[in-house]
Design a binder for this molecule. Structure first.
Ligand code: V47
Length: 365
């Protein structure tokens, strides 16, 4: 036994990754010191072991029904504030009209994320899900970030369990990964003081998983955080996943810098972004999918990220408002044919999936 420990300690970091030995915080940070191509090869080997050359996407629609928000996050350009005074809140009828149109375009999922609107009550949130589900029982509803769940409990004095049960009763199928930002408490306080805490975010997802449901997890990076904070973020997710196995995908979101209150940042280079994807693939040995969300990475970098551990590019999304408000080129989504061709021309096999990663169509060359 002791002999084994000495042997493991003597292995290089690269050998540890090749032998699929789980890495610590310090080792995760040390991965950043490897050159980009070594990291890419290591991450790609793991990706190919799990998924070969398959790259997953879905036909989905992002809906952001209100931008009226009780919380203030420095990175956010979407919520209605001094910089964005144009408040809006959709009626259920308006939300349903969008869903009708998306279903006619073959969407299999609606991804619904709202600001924290103190004016409309729990029923405004839940009623929308109920009406969508009644009309389209097979449409997957991915909705309510843990930040929204926490907001509803604070605003209306109900527990996390009660909100999560209401979501299930009203037709929510899975939870998106938003609101995670960066778990380090100091950075989080600077970014979004007063919003759901890191421990609460993790607790809400763990509770959701314990109800037999699945979710995703994001990490907002490329602002004031450092590499150590990113590794800490991944390890906190890995710890929950060891207990629940409920996370489908990890999504590093590259910070978009326009129209918000946070300019004092070291914006990451393309190399740093690719390294972060590759490291996520290596550190998160228990989360199956690593998503290069083209909205924040740019389509070009997302395509390259397929060689750095990422096996998922999210979807066509049709329209997106949160990152678009901060400068991302996502307000009109992606055309399906173009998306498929781009993945193919990058040398990968596009696979249309459902929201829980069942394969629907494999687009062979
Ligand atoms: O939590 C806000 C982020 C998230 C900015 O689960 C920003 O499949 C970059 O969670 N720059 C919402 N990001 C979006 C989200 C998401 C997206 C795609 C897929 C999934 C999934 C989830 O958007 C927020 C916040 O972290 N965000 N402002 C910005 N300036």
């Amino acid at each position: 036994m002791a002999k084994n420990i000495v042997w493991v300690e003597k292995m290089t970091l690269v050998e540890k990754v090749q032998k699929r030995i789980r890495l610590t915080q310090e080792e995760g940070e040390a991965l950043y010191e490897l050159d980009l191509f070594t990291l890419g090869e290591l991450a790609d080997e793991i990706r190919q072991e799990k998924f070969g050359k398959k790259s997953y996407f879905n036909i989905n629609r992002h809906i952001n029904p209100t931008n009226v928000c009780a919380d203030v996050c420095k990175f956010c350009a979407y919520s209605a504030t001094r910089k964005n005074p144009n408040q809006y809140t959709m009626s259920h009828k308006q939300i349903l009209e969008i869903v009708d149109n998306s279903v006619s375009l073959d969407a299999k999922e609606v991804h619904i994320v709202s600001a924290h609107n103190p004016n409309d009550g729990v029923e405004w949130y839940m009623g929308a899900f109920r009406k969508i589900k009644a009309k389209y029982p097979n449409l997957h509803i991915k909705a309510m970030t843990a930040a929204e769940v926490d907001f509803l409990t604070r605003e209306y004095g109900i527990s996390y369990d009660e909100v999560l049960d209401l979501m299930i009763e009203n037709g929510v199928d899975s939870m998106p990964g938003g609101g995670a930002e960066i778990f380090d408490e100091k950075v989080r306080e600077y970014l979004c003081k007063g919003k759901v805490t890191s421990a609460q975010w993790l607790d809400i997802h763990e509770k959701w998983h314990n109800k037999g449901r699945q979710s995703n997890a994001t990490m907002l990076f490329g602002h004031v955080e450092n590499r150590s904070h990113r590794i800490d973020h991944m390890i906190r997710l890995r710890d929950v996943q060891d207990r629940t196995n409920g996370f489908n995908a990890f999504i590093p979101l590259v910070y978009q810098r326009e129209n918000n209150y946070m300019k004092n940042c070291d914006f990451p280079s393309g190399q740093e972004i690719l390294k972060t994807y590759a490291i996520a693939r290596i550190m998160l040995d228990n989360i199956p999918h690593i998503k290069a969300y083209w909205v924040t990475a740019s389509v070009n970098l997302a395509l390259i990220a397929q060689e750095f551990g990422c096996d998922d590019l999210d979807g066509t999304i049709e329209k997106e408002s949160i990152q678009a408000a901060a400068g991302a080129k996502s307000s009109k989504g992606m055309q399906l044919d173009e998306f498929i061709e781009l993945i193919k021309s990058a040398g990968f096999t596009p696979v249309e999936r459902d929201s829980l990663y069942n394969e629907l169509v494999v687009h062979k060359k």
